[in-house]
Design a protein around this ligand. Structure first.
Ligand code: CA
Length: 506
């Protein structure tokens, strides 16, 4: 009789995950006295007990659903067999001060980065061209092409030139309360550590979002208005833009990497295209590395409100103080109301691919998702579009949409992105290196030139979470130092920035 590999996280779990590439076959013995009654695909759940209607289905030690039919031991538990529990009521969550976790500090880890005047550190040296309104996006793209062809070869220390394209800036209710989110996002994106503090804004002239608010107080900021009456014709505008760009390229080109402490790293954690393995291999490995970064004094961001909403009680228990707990609950309340206005709730998060990958519902996804934040105390909660103010583990309240979350983490100040996937996605950002982790080796083999790190050996028991967590930590340092390149940087495979605009258009 065949003994296929299964994975069970908590001793309380009454289901397990099939971890062999071929899944579990009918007649396989999965544990003492438990024989599979049907074929169960990889990453899907097998019943370890005889469930009666109304029984709790437990994974990660928590209830992920209620059985809505009898499910015999050894059978495949599918999405339609369980009912999703209600989301925890936010008003009923009580904060109780827990004993502070003893954190053993890590010393002696460094990376090579570009130090900025504001104290932040870049992991790339990029010229960013910001804009106040989408009207000038075509102009910006033209400028980028010209700079790449004519100027960039003259400034070899500059890694890239990118346009901070967005569709905001006019035709918007700029005084609506929600407008603050896209506005501060655009403002803070221009201040991402990888853009070296060189702020260059393309403007039209008549738009609602004033370019001066993006340029800010910084003395070195530059604005070019296309409607400037001293400019005649497109070529003159182009020459003015190229001159402006060249001033900034010269300064960026003079920069050199220097040895920096891990406390200068701001690592954004995200997942996308998740499967049931994400919660047992990719996310725990990322979470272990997150703990190492925080122990070394660095910063880790995690996000995706709808993906952690069902794990809110666990997160509140990890907040550093009552004020942070309150901020966290308030961000969740704001998001509940935002979804409610659109006649949706957090259950709208799961995708057909998640379900095909064995994730039955949002609760199962959330319990696996939150693991990538590690175990350290949450020292702050950052509203969407805001920049971080502290070091340590922080929750940046963003949608789970990969591009929107990534954009908001860039605005928060992220300089390295860690992205965990089970199903596979070519997701990449031009502004920061995106380290892509596969939750299973099947994906890593098929996408050998798109995946940077395979956490699959954890699911099969070949490697431990801590061994792989350390490997990932070292990879993060090498990538932050420019010693290694991520797949999306090798291929130039980048997604657009995507603003979160919960406000009305006019
Ligand atoms: Ca995501």
């Amino acid at each position: 009789m065949n003994n296929p590999a299964i994975f069970r996280i908590s001793p309380l779990d009454n289901v397990a995950i099939a971890t062999d590439i071929g899944g579990i076959k009918i007649g396989d013995l999965v544990a003492a006295g438990i024989v599979a009654t049907e074929h169960i695909p990889m990453a899907h759940k097998i019943a370890l007990i005889n469930f009666k209607t109304g029984d709790a289905i437990v994974r990660y030690g928590y209830k992920i659903g209620t059985a809505i039919c009898d499910i015999p031991m050894g059978s495949w538990i599918q999405e339609h067999m369980l009912e999703t529990p209600e989301a925890p009521a936010l008003d009923e969550i009580k904060y109780s001060k827990s004993i502070p976790k003893q954190v053993e500090k890590l010393e002696g880890f460094r990376f090579e980065g570009y130090r900025n005047e504001d104290g932040s550190v870049g992991t790339k040296n990029i010229l960013g061209i910001s804009m106040s309104v989408h009207c000038v996006a075509g102009f910006a793209n033209h400028i980028i092409t010209r700079i790449k062809n004519q100027l960039l070869p003259l400034y070899p220390n500059v890694d890239d030139v990118i346009a901070l394209n967005h569709t905001y800036g006019c035709g918007i209710a700029i005084n609506a309360p929600a407008a603050i989110i896209p506005i501060r996002t655009i403002h803070n994106l221009a201040r991402n550590p990888n853009l070296g503090g060189e702020i260059l804004v393309l403007a039209l002239g008549c738009e609602k979002l004033r370019p001066e608010t993006i340029a800010g107080e910084e003395a070195e900021s530059d604005i070019l208005y296309m409607q400037d009456e001293s400019l005649t014709g497109f070529e003159e505008m182009m020459q003015a833009a190229l001159q402006m760009a060249e001033r900034h390229l010269k300064k960026l080109n003079a920069r050199k990497r220097e040895t920096c402490d891990v406390s200068d790293l701001i690592v954004g954690m995200q997942c996308g295209g998740s499967d049931a393995f994400s919660g047992i291999s990719g996310n725990p490995v990322a979470g272990f590395a997150a703990d190492l970064i925080v122990r070394a004094g660095g910063t880790v961001l995690f996000s995706e409100v709808t993906e952690v909403r069902d794990a809110v009680e666990q997160l509140v228990a990890r907040t550093a103080d009552e004020e942070v707990a309150e901020k966290l609950i308030n961000e969740m309340k704001w998001y509940d109301a935002y979804l409610d206005k659109g006649n949706a709730d957090r259950a709208a998060n799961t995708t057909p691919g998640n379900k095909k990958g064995g994730l039955s519902n949002i609760v199962e996804k959330a319990l696996g998702s939150v693991v990538k934040s590690g175990t350290m105390p949450i020292v702050d909660v950052v509203s969407p579009g805001d920049r971080i103010k502290k070091k340590g583990l922080q929750f940046v309240a963003t949608p789970a949409s990969d591009f929107v979350c990534g954009t908001l983490q860039l605005a928060a100040g992220m300089n390295v992105h860690v992205f965990i996937t089970g199903r596979g996605t070519p997701y990449g950002l031009a502004m920061v290196p995106v380290i892509k982790i596969s939750s299973n080796t099947k994906l890593a083999s098929r996408w050998h030139d798109l995946i940077d790190f395979d956490a699959g050996p954890v699911a099969t028991g070949e490697k431990t979470i801590s061994a792989m967590g350390w490997e990932l930590f070292h990879l993060i340092l090498d990538i932050a130092s420019g010693k290694k390149k991520v797949a999306t940087d090798v291929l130039g495979l980048y997604n657009e920035l995507a603003l979160f605009n919960p406000g009305p258009l006019t």
